[in-house]
Design a protein around this ligand. Sequence first.
Ligand SMILES: [Zn+2]
Length: 272
Amino acid sequence: SNPTTYITTCPECHTELIRNEGEAQHYCPNTKGCPPQIIGRIQHYISRKAMDIEGLGGETVALLVKNGLIKNYADLYQLVVEELIPLERLAQKSAENLVKGINLSKEIPFERVLFALGIRYVGETVAKKLAKHFKSIDALMLASEEELVLVDEIGERIARSVVHFFTEEENRVTIQRLKDHGVQLKISDEQLADQTDILLGKSFVVSGVFTKVSRIELKKLIEDNGGKVSSSISGKTSFVVAGDNMGPSKRTKAEGLGIPIISEDDFLQMIS
Ligand SMILES: [Zn+2]
């Protein structure tokens, strides 16, 4: 039988592949010069859950990179309609929409910008936690691994990755450029004004249908006031916020564990 052959260099940029201890996959370490990685980072930046840039799709990103118009996501903010029009398949109207969509992304809140940056292991949830805790990119950039692991649900692997990201000169330059273009790199004063620590250390389970706020708003209120939202009732649950049609099994479980079941009004009272 033939011995298995492994690819040892990146098929795209021919850099020798490496593998981190404990991880199965080999990867191309040429993060800054490997074309699919450059394109991938910008595609992540513009994606729905990140900056949600309307009028710009993954294929256009690849086209812009291939034509040398952008090399990283900060370059997006310098695109002008005139230089887009000569590109194949881009009509005047689409070019205008693209630039408009990019400008609108300056309104996207900090937690999503942080997710959009593409820091390894920083997904949506982690980005939210970090944004909430540090409140600005400046504070986050100054945080040590020791400070980072003190944040709820941030482990060593994430902490190391965050610190590493900000030690790279190129990333710091990119962030400064985003800042200069007016991208949200701190929690807005409005957002800040709505946040408290009233529910710090308390864990909530939300069940049923609510009348004054939606279930999503209710969860956001819990988190904005320092509490945690959990999906299942356990000994660690502090309160169950019950709306109409709360699941009977949830009720039985909460009662069995002696966890207080409170109404939507009780909850709103708690944070007012
Ligand atoms: Zn490569």
